[in-house]
Each structure stands twice: as structure tokens, then as C-alpha cells.
Design a protein around this ligand. Structure first.
Ligand code: ZN
Length: 111
């Protein structure tokens, strides 16, 4: 089961963001955002293969760093966990399985 993502939602129009802005860029409300949990599911928007990285992640290379678009349109960065289990293709469904040292870890959903 996917973990939840912490997000923020405008009290006036419902727009969501990953970082709480000072005001809503959609409806211009400065009534501030409220913290919400959203389903940690989405699809691969883009990705790259990392071969050279900082020392603490050397045992993980090569690893995939991806931009994930959540079901409600939020985009965030995370690593794709191994094994990749099927070819990694833009548009494949993923779910958040862990957050390690502030890094989102996603796994591809295999049908
Ligand atoms: Zn708003």
C-alpha cells in the first residue's frame, strides 16, 4: 500500500502544492494553505540514470532518479527502488514505498 505524501491545500479553491506558499497563485487568497495527506501514487513524468553520486549512495549506483507526477498533478523527485521489475518507461505507474533521509522512494506498480 502506498505511503501518503504531505502536501498543502488552499482553503479557498482547493489547489494543492508541495510547499506552502504565502498566498494561492490560483485564486490569490492569502487565507493560507492547510496541511493534507495525499495518496502516494502517480506516474513517471521523466527520469535519468545516475552513475556518479555522493559517497553515501555509492552502493546504489546505477540508480534511477525520477520526476513523479502524482494523481492530483503534483510533481516531485524521488528514486525508483530496485529491482525495477519491468522496463522503466515514462508514464508507468509508481507508488511511494518509503522516505529515506528525506528522499522519496518509489516502486513501479506491476500489473
Ligand atoms: Zn486558492
Amino acid at each position: 500500500m502506498a505511503k501518503k505524501l504531505k502536501a498543502y491545500q488552499c482553503r479557498e479553491c482547493g489547489r494543492q502544492a508541495l510547499i506552502s506558499p504565502g498566498y494561492c497563485p490560483n485564486c490569490r487568497s492569502n487565507n493560507s494553505y492547510t496541511s493534507v495527506d495525499v495518496e502516494g501514487k502517480g506516474k513517471i513524468f521523466s527520469y535519468t540514470t545516475v552513475h556518479i553520486c555522493e559517497e553515501r549512495l555509492q552502493s546504489e549506483v546505477p540508480y534511477l532518479l525520477a520526476v513523479i507526477e502524482s494523481e492530483n498533478g503534483l510533481r516531485l523527485i524521488g528514486r525508483l527502488s530496485k529491482p525495477w521489475r519491468k522496463p522503466v518507461i515514462i508514464g508507468n505507474q509508481v507508488e511511494l514505498i518509503d522516505v529515506k533521509d528525506g528522499t522519496n522512494i518509489f516502486m513501479q506498480i506491476v500489473d
